[in-house]
Design a protein around this ligand. Structure first.
Ligand code: AHR
Length: 660
């Protein structure tokens, strides 16, 4: 026994000694605590929402029925006819003369035989069903001939077990919405909905819908609560929507037009999603936009989670990677009018034309929109010309609206240089820069904004992500190597908060079975969701935004990667906290003395949150959602000094409170 104890003592002493042998001691890091620098904008850390990777339909929009109104190019995509002879008993009809937005419907005609006849909807890679949860089924039905057809509804698990039922009997009459609630008896992430038609006669049906009861804020027809909660937990300063390239469209006809996405959901015209066909290696033929998640819902989401809404509008240019179609300058009027009308929709009084529509949707109070983006990722002279026309029209009517423009898809090169020069000349207010690049690029560019012109436009780092492989490669991973590089880079964004006013990682959401683009901040299946390591990096910055920058140096220099250490610091005037962010990108342990220099007294107890991993390839997953997640520690100060051990490959946030 004694021998064993001796062995363990020697073993652990050995580990500690060898660890210390590897540990390095850096010169002291100095934070100037009584000299706040630039203001940090409330919009500093936000989110970028685009309906890519089934983010909206099949994702945050909690509708479980795919192709609910039979408007996909193939009207029965997502549906299966449950019958021996699949052509009999069902007609696809079109009433485009009376309903342009939602023309197609299905007519079921039964002659009273005993054979079972039904329709099955497969959901979005299945339907996520939870035991004990109530599911709200609804259908628009027309029973013109007083048929006796009744609907038997069944939730069917992947294994084929019936896990919930309900019945519905449409009465004689014109189109009317009917509903029934189904309580699930089991949990299954890949269920289906079967609708059996019993009896005889004819019935017209459309807008077949199934929503769980547990939506965000329990709103009927609302959003998936777990996904909204993950967004809310970021405490984002803004929500940029609806994209991304989806704004532009493959061609102008399929650009995002906000006016088609508001009002009654039956009247929102379904349209192909541009990510349906974008990548040959990730074709998604069943990807359409129902617009159940439309502009009203985006504004509401922003309001719910305390973020500023930042809509991005088409500037009359379709995606330049696709058709590159442009609206001629003399035909730009409707595009500009959309922008002007959006201001009225968001901010106008409830008795204005568009304000009235917002009010009729249940939001009489204005959304108080302050910013708007003109175009997504356009480049070249055609863009500058169109941008100028938008600025002229919007600023003359709404000078208070801050306009966001952009430098195109790359953070450097000929298009970038041209756009930056032109946008400086035009005295642009906020300029969106995009960078999808290697982790090394992020480490090397932590100083990117240190030398930006302080007398010119402000920066919106509107889309960025470190890629483990280059470009739109399906093997890109949300691994720790990428996440820690982003953390290092973000210290540079924070240090330059006088120039950088908004930042958002992109894309935001991805369905594990339905994605087109990777990496993404949050992944989900039909029941579960998790934040990636990158998510926790974002969260540690955005939950610790602060109100003013503070200088943090080593040997009188900012920490921008010398010895692999990156740092930034802020002061939060509401909580009285100094918040220090330290990123150790090396494989070494650093014993670090930190001096909090300045006249103010400090609370000796400080709080540290650490995000780390010993494996650069490690990723969070549905199975191990918290593999890389923050851990908390307490650190004690000796007067104005802290000793901190920066473990290898770690990101720390340390909060020190001013003494009262
Ligand atoms: O985030 C994915 C895409 O990347 C966006 O839609 C586009 O703006 C960028 O090219």
């Amino acid at each position: 026994m004694k021998r064993n104890i001796l062995f363990f003592v020697l073993f652990y002493v050995g580990i500690v000694l060898s660890d210390q042998a590897l540990a390095q001691t850096g010169n002291p890091i100095v934070v100037r605590i009584d000299q706040p620098t630039s203001d940090i904008q409330s919009t500093m850390w936000g989110i970028f929402f685009e309906d890519i990777n089934l983010a909206a339909d099949g994702g945050i929009y909690a509708e479980l029925v795919k192709n609910r109104s039979f408007e996909f190019a193939k009207p029965l995509m997502g549906w299966k006819i449950l019958k021996k002879d699949p052509t009999e008993g069902l007609l696809i009809l079109n009433r485009s003369a009376t309903n342009e937005a939602n023309p197609r419907f299905v007519r079921i005609a039964r002659n009273g035989t005993d054979e079972k006849f039904g329709l099955e909807n497969e959901g979005f890679r299945g339907m996520g069903i939870k035991k004990g949860m109530s599911y709200h089924f609804s259908v628009l039905a027309r029973n013109a001939e007083e048929s006796l057809l009744k609907l038997r509804l069944e939730l069917v698990s992947e294994k084929g077990e019936i896990i919930g039922t309900a019945n519905l009997a449409p009465e004689k009459g014109d189109w009317k919405r009917y509903s029934a609630d189904i309580t699930a008896t089991a949990t299954d992430s890949k269920s289906k909905l079967d609708i059996w038609f019993e009896g005889s006669g004819a019935l017209d049906i459309d807008m077949i819908s199934l929503f769980p009861d547990d939506t965000w804020k329990n709103r009927p027809g609302g959003l998936r609560a777990d996904l909204v909660q993950l967004l809310a937990d970021l405490k984002p300063g803004f929500v940029r929507f609806p994209g991304g390239c989806i704004v532009e469209g493959f061609e102008l006809a399929t650009r995002y037009q906000w006016k088609n996405t508001i009002g009654n959901i039956d009247a929102r015209k379904t349209m192909i999603n541009r990510w349906n066909t974008e990548f040959k290696h990730r074709l998604t033929p069943d990807y359409y936009q129902s617009f159940g998640m439309g502009f009203f819902e985006y504004f509401l989401l922003a309001e719910d989670i305390g973020a500023e809404p930042l809509p991005i509008l088409s500037c009359g240019m379709a995606c330049q990677y696709n058709s590159a179609e442009v609206a001629p300058m003399d035909q730009l009027g409707p595009y500009i009018q959309d922008a002007l009308d959006l201001v009225e929709f968001a901010n106008g009084a409830a008795d204005t034309g568009w304000g009235k529509i917002r009010a009729s949707m249940g939001h009489p109070a204005p959304f108080n929109m302050k910013m708007m983006g003109i175009g997504n990722e356009q480049w070249g002279a055609q863009y500058i010309e169109r941008y100028e026309a938008f600025v002229k029209a919007i600023k003359s009517k709404y000078p208070e609206i801050k306009l966001v423009t952009g430098t195109g898809p790359s953070p450097n090169g000929k298009f970038f240089d041209y756009a930056s020069k032109e946008l400086k000349r035009l005295q642009a207010e906020v300029v969106d820069e995009h960078y999808y690049a290697s982790p090394e690029w992020f480490l090397q560019n932590a100083t990117r904004y240190d030398h930006y012109d302080r007398n010119s436009y402000k920066i919106f780092a509107g889309e960025y992500a470190a890629q483990s492989k280059s470009g739109a490669n399906p093997d890109n991973k949300n691994n720790w190597r990428c996440a820690i590089a982003e953390a290092a880079f973000m210290t540079g964004l924070e240090r330059n908060a006088d120039v950088v006013h908004l930042c958002s990682y992109a894309p935001l959401l991805a369905h594990v079975d339905g994605w087109q683009w990777t990496p993404d901040l949050i992944w989900f299946d039909n029941l579960k969701s998790f934040g990636t390591a990158n998510y926790y990096v974002q969260k540690m910055f955005s939950n610790n935004r602060g109100t003013n920058g503070l200088s943090v140096t080593q040997d009188n220099q900012p920490l921008t990667g010398k010895d692999g250490i990156y740092a930034s610091a802020v002061f939060d005037s509401s909580s009285g906290e100094i918040i220090l962010k330290l990123v150790n990108t090396t494989g070494n342990t650093w014993n670090q003395r930190i001096i909090l220099d300045g006249k103010k007294g400090l609370n000796p107890k400080a709080f540290r949150t650490v995000l780390e991993s010993g494996d650069p390839e490690a990723v969070n997953s549905l199975e191990r959602p918290l593999l890389i997640s923050p851990a908390n520690q307490v650190i004690y100060l000796t007067r104005k000094t802290m000793k901190v051990i920066l473990t290898p490959s770690s990101f720390s946030v340390i909060k020190i409170k001013l003494a009262r």
